[in-house]
Design a protein around this ligand. Structure first.
Ligand code: PLP
Length: 434
């Protein structure tokens, strides 16, 4: 029997041999024949709705139709399939933002009375969700300090339903031992959800280390060009399908054009991450002994135990680091003002290098006391090293550090002058902030 003329053919993805490496996977996973014109690049289905056969329910059962782009769309599916392949997961979905992926996942698995275990060192949006929204629905959060996080077995309990981890963390680049957290979570039948935004599946594959669910802000390295907002989830089919149901009703779908850009970005992920790794290493080497810098944060920097975790579970350090400037907020102001190649902007993971001040951007929701306790000080600058020439970035960053004038800045700082760095500039007497 002829296929109804109105049916959209939903083709299977062309399988890849299991032995292919990440670069090949990034280029070839998610390939899907284009029935209309044989296009090598899968088209953008920029449509809100789809024509369907009169017998919709039967066609749906056989997986042959799409209905409405909030629910699914072929261009979204290609991006999800590519991520699924890179993460080594059974299933994946894309979302309108990273927060869309994280909120849909948490709301799926948490009910009143459940406990989430969460290290304190998390992206600000995730913190807001855990601190602000979820408690209103009766979910309790067991916050875990950096010290406690070294023994995950002692912080999970019988009411723990889910562990929410980020590793490396934003912005202090702390690392968590994923295998140990997975074992701890599973010992109490809880799920382990890992935010893999900073590492990307090129530098770390949490599912191979025991994670149940992996979430991403695909707005960062996966997209890679600072031109889209997207999120993603990967994990076991049964879990991802449950989140999909929540996602459909919460309604944060990825626009098809952004899904196309995301797929296009992911094709070069392996190449880009290799350069991000190189550039971050070069900048760390160049600034670690700089007198203007009191501390450099990057994966493994905390000491031998952290270094051992990095060696066990990461293939590279990634392109993100943070520096604590000796002169506090005023030094931050002169440093940022002297950068010539690195743009001052929030976000990270794009081809261009960016510098931002977490106390004013991702973590501005924290009170001064909380910021202090969590190490998000006003002298902290996060650097996202892009894919420019390593030597050019080293030169830009080191020259900007040299431009910091300690005498002038200390004077401003102690007199409490408020500069362009905004509300978190130290009050008189708070110079210990740096
Ligand atoms: C680690 C991490 N997770 C999640 C998010 C949220 O992602 P999005 O901005 O795409 O909603 C961000 C955003 O900066 C992030 O840094």
């Amino acid at each position: 029997m002829d296929e109804p003329a109105t049916a959209t053919k939903r083709r299977r993805f062309e399988p890849l041999p299991e032995w292919v490496g990440p670069s090949t996977r990034a280029v070839h996973a998610g390939q899907r024949g284009d029935a209309n014109a044989g296009a090598v690049v899968f088209p953008i289905y920029q449509t809100s709705t789809f024509r369907y056969p009169a017998e919709f329910s039967e066609a749906e059962r056989s997986g042959d139709v799409h209905l409405y782009t909030r629910l699914d769309n072929p261009t979204q599916e290609v991006a999800a399939e590519l991520l699924r392949s890179l993460e080594g997961a059974e299933a994946a979905r894309v979302f309108g933002s990273g927060m869309g992926a994280i909120s849909s996942t948490l709301l799926t698995f948490l009910s009143p009375g459940d406990e989430v275990v969460a290290p304190e060192d998390l992206y600000g949006g995730t913190l807001d969700l855990l601190r602000g929204l979820l408690p209103r629905y009766g979910v309790r959060v067991r916050w875990v300090s950096a010290k406690e996080g070294e023994s995950p077995e002692s912080v999970v309990g019988s009411s723990t339903r889910l562990v929410c981890l980020e590793t490396p963390t934003n912005p202090l680049l702390r690392v968590h031992d994923l295998r140990r957290w997975a074992d701890a979570a599973h010992s109490v039948e809880a799920l382990l959800m890992v935010d893999n935004t900073i590492a990307t599946p090129i530098n770390q594959r949490p599912i191979e280390l025991g994670a149940d669910l992996v979430v991403h802000s695909a707005s960062k390295y996966l997209g890679g060009h600072s031109d889209l907002i997207a999120g993603a989830l990967a994990g076991r089919e049964e879990l991802v399908a449950r989140v999909d149901e929540t996602h459909k009703v919460l309604g944060s779908p990825l626009d098809p054009f952004a899904a196309f850009l995301l797929t296009r970005g992911m094709k070069t992920l392996d190449l880009r991450v290799a350069r991000h790794n190189t550039n971050a290493r070069a900048v760390v080497e160049a600034i670690r002994d700089d007198p203007a810098v009191t501390r450099v944060f990057y994966p493994g920097a905390e000491g031998p135990a952290a270094q051992a975790i990095v060696e066990r579970q990461m293939q590279g350090p990634g392109g993100l680091l943070a520096v604590e400037l000796a002169g506090g907020a005023p030094a931050v102001r002169s440093f940022l003002g002297s950068l010539r190649l690195v743009h001052v902007a929030a976000s990270f993971g794009g081809v261009e290098s960016l510098a931002s001040v977490p106390s004013q951007t991702s973590h501005r929701g924290l009170s001064p006391t909380e910021s202090q306790a969590r190490g998000i000080r006003s002298g902290l600058v996060r650097l996202s090293l892009g894919i420019e020439e390593p030597a050019d970035l080293v030169r830009d960053v080191t020259e900007a550090l040299r431009s910091i004038s300690p005498a002038r800045d200390r004077q401003h700082y102690q007199s409490g002058s408020v500069g362009t760095t905004g509300a978190t500039v130290a009050q008189p007497g708070r110079a210990a902030d740096s």
